[in-house]
Write a protein that binds this ligand. Sequence first.
Ligand SMILES: NC(=O)c1ccc[n+]([C@@H]2O[C@H](COP(=O)([O-])OP(=O)(O)OC[C@H]3O[C@@H](n4cnc5c(N)ncnc54)[C@H](OP(=O)(O)O)[C@@H]3O)[C@@H](O)[C@H]2O)c1
Length: 338
Amino acid sequence: MEKKIDQNTIPFKTLYSGEKIPCVGIGTFGSDKYGAEAISEAVYGAVRYGYRLIDCAAVYQNEDSIGEVLQRLFEERTVERKELFITSKVWNDMHGEGNVLKSCRKSLADLKLDYLDLYFVHWPFPNYHAPGCSGDSRNPDSRPFSVDEFMSTWRQCEELVDKGLVRYIGMSNMTIPKLEAVLPLCRIRPAALEMELHPSFQQQELFDYAVAHEILPIGYCPIGSPSRPERDRTAEDVADTQLPAVEAAAHAHQVHPALICLKWAVQRGQVPIPFSVKEPQYISNLKCATEDPLTEDEMKAIASEDKNCRLIKGQVFLWEGARGWEDLWDLNGEIVTG
Ligand SMILES: NC(=O)c1ccc[n+]([C@@H]2O[C@H](COP(=O)([O-])OP(=O)(O)OC[C@H]3O[C@@H](n4cnc5c(N)ncnc54)[C@H](OP(=O)(O)O)[C@@H]3O)[C@@H](O)[C@H]2O)c1
C-alpha cells in the first residue's frame, strides 16, 4: 500500500494523565462474519496506513493472529511499539480471583506484547456466554451486578498497572448508577469508558458523566454496526446511515453516510473505533477525521436524531428472574440487583 496518512493531520483526544491518543481507532470484532485472518490483515494494512489505536479483546478470538501482524509491523519498522495504543479486555468468565492476571498474560502472549496500553473490564458481570451463541441462550450461573464482585475484578486490574503489564485500565458497558457506586472505591481510576455510541444512540447523560469525570468515552458500533450478528438484531432497530440528517450531510459532503457518523463522533468528543476489513473503508474511516468537518448546523441536526436505539442489548447476560435486557442498563437510575 502506497497511501499513508500524515500523523500530524490526525486530531487527538486527551486522557486524564495528559497523554494524547488518536481520535479514531480500528475495531477488531468480526461479528461472527469475518475470520481472524481477514481481521488481522486489516489491522496490518490499517497500521501501515496510519492507524495507531487498535481495539482488541480476548473474546474476539483473534488476538494471536493480530499478534503475528504486529510482529511483522515491528520487524518491518513500520512503527515502534511505543507509537501504538493497544487495548484488550478481560472476558466475563475470567473475573474471578487470579483469573484477570491469567487473562491479561494470555492476551499479551497472543498479541506478542510486553504491555497493553489500556485494559478493559469488558462487561461488569461475570456472566459468561459462549462466543457465537444464539440470542436466547442463557447461562444458569448468571447473576446481577454486584459492587463487591466488580471491585474484586477491578482490584486485579489495578494490580496489572502495578506490575507494569498495562498502562491504563478502563470499564465498558457501564451505567451511571454503577459508576457512582464504584468510582469512589477505585485506587486507580478508569481512563476510558467503552460504550455504544452512534447517532441513533447518543447516551448523552452517560457521555457527559464520563467527560465530567475525565474518563474518555470510546464509542463502539460508531456506524450502527450494520454487520452485527443476528442475535443483536431486532425489528425496531434504526439504521444510522439512513437517518435523514446523516443522509443530508453525506449528500452535502459527497461521502458515504458511514463517514458522517464518524465525523460526528470525533467532533462530538468520543473516540470511535469503526471496524472494517475493506481497505478503502478503513482508510476513509481515519481520513475523514482529518478533513471537511461537519458544520455546526449539521452537528445539531445529527444531535437531534437520537432515537435511544441500543443495538447491543446484552440479553445473553441476563440472570434467572431478570425481566428483560433493560435490567442490565439500570434505566430507573438505580442498580438492578435482582
Ligand atoms: N466493548 C464492547 O462491549 C464492544 C461491543 C461491540 C463492539 N466493540 C468494538 O467496537 C468495534 C466497532 O463496532 P462494530 O464492528 O460492531 O460496528 P461498526 O464499526 O459500527 O460497523 C462496522 C461495519 O460497518 C461497515 N463499514 C465500516 N466502514 C465503512 C465505510 N467506510 N463505509 C461503509 N460501510 C462501512 C462494515 O460493514 P460490511 O462488513 O458490511 O462492509 C463494517 O463491518 C468492534 O469491532 C469492537 O472492536 C466493543
